[in-house]
Write a protein that binds this ligand. Structure first.
Ligand SMILES: *[C@@H]1O[C@H](CO)[C@@H](O)[C@H](O)[C@H]1NC(C)=O
Ligand SMILES: *[C@@H]1O[C@H](CO)[C@@H](O)[C@H](O)[C@H]1NC(C)=O
Ligand SMILES: *[C@@H]1O[C@H](CO)[C@@H](O)[C@H](O)[C@H]1NC(C)=O
Ligand SMILES: *[C@@H]1O[C@H](CO)[C@@H](O)[C@H](O)[C@H]1NC(C)=O
Ligand SMILES: *[C@@H]1O[C@H](CO)[C@@H](O)[C@H](O)[C@H]1NC(C)=O
Ligand SMILES: *[C@@H]1O[C@H](CO)[C@@H](O)[C@H](O)[C@H]1NC(C)=O
Length: 802
């Protein structure tokens, strides 16, 4: 589950709010709030919730009237009034006697009102459950709990027909593509909405079906009770409980259930501030696999039109365009994909074979949009039929005899179970494809030269060269560092996490005076330790070899907290740290199966399926670091030594986030290039900005090592042409001799299509030009086989310009 997904920015926005004037208790008629940074907020008696204006993170001049948790650093909105019509700066909310709340823009235009019943409002109050109520002389005239946005809170009840609407994205609060409602028949359903209209499609998922229970009367309310249970209550008081047993206490935890912007309804908990520093943890969510939920006609499905849905490691939908298609709005990955060509029925010159080709996708399907079924048909007949049919956008060949032809736009693209043996032939127009194996006459010579050059570089770097490298590194880091600094508050507290602080003495005891060494890395030595008083038991303690300078203290804490905020099953978990005098230590979970390097290169070769799982795990972990955690983290040193394996051989990335820590001390120490020979991208050697694409490069090299079970540089090899793995792999790929890469590995040889796919992905990753390298999201999708891998261009070797 991706936690802490709110950008750091939105946390920072909270800071001014703390400093604000806050009103607690009754809000009298005539009271008002104005939309600006220094706005007042109204707080519940316990101080848990606040009501006021929230400044949008992507447009500082727009504000939402909202309710949020007042005591936790991560600003989390539980209710908002005007998501579709954010209030410009200077707008005013007033509590009136005759019309309840009225929100007007500075020009006097009404943006929202509380549509209060026709009785005189006496006062308003925000209670401790987070409900804002407008009270008449003896009744409730309006309450935010009856007018929900995307979240329900404990003690809130949703009546039949009252819908939760997701937002557009994490930071855009306009009504989004999903809705959840308890229907009149008692079914609790999730449905998509056809934006920009309000048309709600047929449900794609039923969380509770009235017919499932024995209850004589259907459900009429969705109840979220104080202990954190969600259930549908029927008229005769029977409960269909949705959520699993809750172990935490509502005294210590906040609960909320949110229809997230990606369509997944999720129950979250968060420790209350008084008991710790936490993030939102997902306790339960539905649907289990949103990508394979019911296909709905007249809607694109969970992803946009022509897009394909796949479930990521956090069970969240991830959407991608197939090759030949591109996002209509490149900033919205959940949006529609358009073909970059027109399917034309006009007479065109030349045979159709010269115009179109097929992109083959396995185990992907579009349940709707068929216009013809041809059967019995062979695979080849199916291809030919689609190729010569100008209406045909894709042909899906299934079950050995069935050929379904489909038209555009494609909807509800999703994975299909492999036992159908589904193969989709997606028609794409032949374009200027990247050059495939450019075997020019000079190629041989060039390769020779490159090999010699690469070898001489690797073997004997001149002092001058090292000097250039260090300078380039520093410049690269300076660039990232400056960029990051801008995001950080000048004199502010660090982000709070669940990290524990240790004293040096505690860790010296835990490691038995640093006795058992687990490994040595560029950042320091790692020792095994045991924490007697902790449930985690064994830990790995990393002692950083740093030199302290005056400002390092706060920076160290900030970085450590950035690392501490990451939660992903493919990342080694940081448990705590020690910052005691000159000593800087990090305490990590202990992983019993050691590093990937020893698993891969020493002893017996791991199985092909273990290797593919490990590759996928690393890809997901990197994707999280690059795109999904609250502060982007560039690892800078991906290599097998930095991948650890847990008892089930799940890959976990270690040492992430440390590149920056090291930099902080670089001005005082002599350091080598960040990254490790054989895994570093060309940017390091040049004066180019260091981006996430350096990790993609290293991942590509690592992927080849995983495929071939050998190191990226092998000088001992008796065959010179095999010394550099990246070159050898590309040669094998071009010559169609991939089996040489996995010789003696029966499992891999029997799965040569996947070997080829993985090699292709690796070649994309090791492209010289960083912009050609795919993102880790695309890499994951290609490895998973959800998206077909385009034919990679030659990863032309470093051309060192004199
Ligand atoms: C709010 O006003 C009501 C009626 O005037 C009063 O009974 C109540 O104690 C007040 N509550 C607070 C928190 O001031
Ligand atoms: C939110 O998204 C909608 C639809 O894409 C767009 O019209 C609106 O301008 C966005 N709002 C903000 C504040 O970016
Ligand atoms: C419905 O009731 C019958 C008999 O009372 C019982 O055997 C069955 O398990 C019940 N089904 C459910 C879903 O509760
Ligand atoms: C909430 O509902 C659960 C499940 O029905 C029940 O066990 C629990 O006692 C309820 N809590 C309260 C405070 O009503
Ligand atoms: C929470 O974080 C603050 C500041 O980082 C720290 O002082 C406090 O001890 C932490 N509390 C817990 C329970 O970890
Ligand atoms: C369409 O995309 C494919 C692959 O993404 C590319 O090879 C082709 O050149 C593109 N065609 C046009 C017309 O842009």
């Amino acid at each position: 589950m991706a936690l802490g997904i709110f950008p750091l920015i939105s946390f920072l926005l909270l800071l001014p709010v703390w400093a604000d004037a806050q009103t607690v208790g009754n809000i009298t008629v005539g009271a008002f709030l104005s939309a600006d940074e220094n706005s007042d907020s109204w707080v519940s008696p316990s101080g848990d919730f606040a009501f006021g204006f929230h400044q949008l993170s992507n447009n500082k001049n727009l504000f939402l009237l909202a309710i949020w948790y007042n005591r936790i650093p991560e600003k989390t909105l539980v209710w908002y009034a005007n998501g579709d019509r954010p209030a410009p700066r200077g707008s005013k909310l007033q509590l009136t006697a005759d019309r309840g709340f009225v929100l007007n823009s500075p020009q006097g235009e009404q943006l929202w009102n509380s549509e209060t019943r026709s009785e005189v409002v006496d006062r308003g109050i925000l209670d401790d459950s987070g409900n804002f109520m407008l009270l008449g002389s003896n009744s409730i005239l309006w309450e935010s709990f009856k007018d929900p946005a995307d979240t329900v809170l404990p003690s809130q009840i949703l009546d039949k027909g009252v819908a939760l609407s997701s937002r557009q994205s994490e930071t855009n609060f306009s009504k989004g593509r999903f809705q959840m409602v308890l229907q009149s028949d008692g079914d609790l359903v999730l449905a998509t909405v056809n934006l920009p209209s309000k048309h709600v499609n047929d449900p794609y998922y039923k969380i509770v079906t009235a017919g499932d229970s024995n209850s004589s009367s259907p459900g009429f309310q969705l109840v979220f009770n104080e202990s954190g249970y969600l259930f549908v209550l029927s008229e005769n008081e029977e409960r269909s409980v949705l959520t699993p047993t809750i172990t935490g206490s509502a005294k210590d935890l906040y609960y909320r259930a949110t229809l997230d912007f990606d369509g997944v309804f999720t129950l979250y908990s968060h420790p209350k501030a008084s008991t710790g520093n936490g993030t939102w943890t997902s306790l339960w969510s539905e649907p289990e696999n949103i990508c394979t939920s019911t296909a709905v006609d007249a809607s694109s499905g969970v992803c946009g039109f022509n897009s394909i849905c796949s479930l990521n490691a956090e069970k969240r939908p991830s959407c991608g365009c197939p090759r030949g298609y591109a996002l209509v709005d490149s900033s919205n990955q959940y949006g529609n994909c358009k073909p970059n060509f027109t399917l034309s029925c006009e007479e065109e010159p030349g045979p159709v074979e010269d115009l179109y080709e097929f992109e083959v996708l396995t185990n992907v399907g579009w349940p709707l949009g068929d216009y013809a079924l041809l059967e019995p048909f062979t695979e080849d007949q199916c291809r030919q039929s689609c190729l010569h049919d100008c209406m045909c956008a894709v042909a899906v060949f299934r079950e050995g005899v069935k050929c379904w032809k489909k038209r555009l736009p494609l909807t509800n693209g999703r994975p299909v179970p492999s036992h159908f043996g589904a193969k989709a032939f997606l028609k794409v127009r032949k374009g200027d494809r990247p050059p495939f194996c450019p075997h020019s006459p000079n190629q041989e010579i060039k390769n020779q030269e490159t090999l010699i050059l690469a070898l001489s570089v690797l073997l004997g770097m001149s002092v001058f060269f090292i000097f250039i490298l260090v300078t380039a590194t520093c410049l690269g880091f300076y660039f990232i560092y400056q960029k990051r600094l801008k995001l950080l508050p000048k004199n502010e507290v660090v982000v709070e996490t669940n990290l524990r602080t240790f004293t040096y003495k505690e860790l010296a005891n835990a490691t038995n005076e640093f006795k058992e060494e687990l490994g040595r890395g560029s950042f320091g030595i790692v020792y095994k330790g045991t924490l007697p008083t902790s449930y985690v038991g064994q830990v790995a303690v990393k002692r950083l070899n740093t030199v302290v300078h005056d400002h390092a203290e706060k920076e160290f804490k900030t970085e450590v907290h950035v690392i501490g905020q990451t939660h992903h099953r493919n990342l080694v978990r940081l448990l705590g740290f020690c910052d005691d005098g000159d000593n800087r230590l990090l305490v990590y979970e202990y992983l019993s199966n050691g590093s990937l390097a020893s698993f891969l290169f020493c002893g017996s070769r791991p199985s092909w399926s273990q290797r593919t799982q490990i590759a996928l795990g690393i890809a997901r972990g990197l994707l999280y670091l690059h795109e999904e955690c609250s502060t982007q983290i560039i690892h800078c040193d991906i290599k097998p030594q930095n991948i650890l394996l847990d008892e089930h051989y799940n890959a976990k990335i270690s040492d992430f986030g440390l590149a920056k820590l090291l930099l902080m001390n670089q001005s005082h120490t002599n350091t080598a290039i960040r990254g490790t020979k054989g895994y570093v991208a060309a940017e390091w050697f040049r004066n180019l900005p260091i981006t996430v694409k350096v990790d993609v490069y290293s991942f590509g090299v690592l992927l080849l090592e995983l495929i071939c079970c050998r190191r990226s540089v092998d000088m001992e090899s008796d065959m010179e042409e095999r010394a550099i793995l990246t070159d050898w792999a590309y040669d094998c790929y071009c010559e169609g001799t991939l089996d040489a890469l996995v010789e003696n590995d029966i499992d891999a040889l029997n799965d040569i299509a996947k070997v080829e796919r993985f090699v292709q992905v690796a070649i994309w990753c090791i492209q010289e030009d960083p912009s050609l390298r795919p993102t880790m999201r695309a890499v994951s999708q290609m490895l998973e086989g959800v998206v077909e891998v385009p034919i990679p261009p030659c990863p032309c070797p470093y051309a060192f310009t004199a």
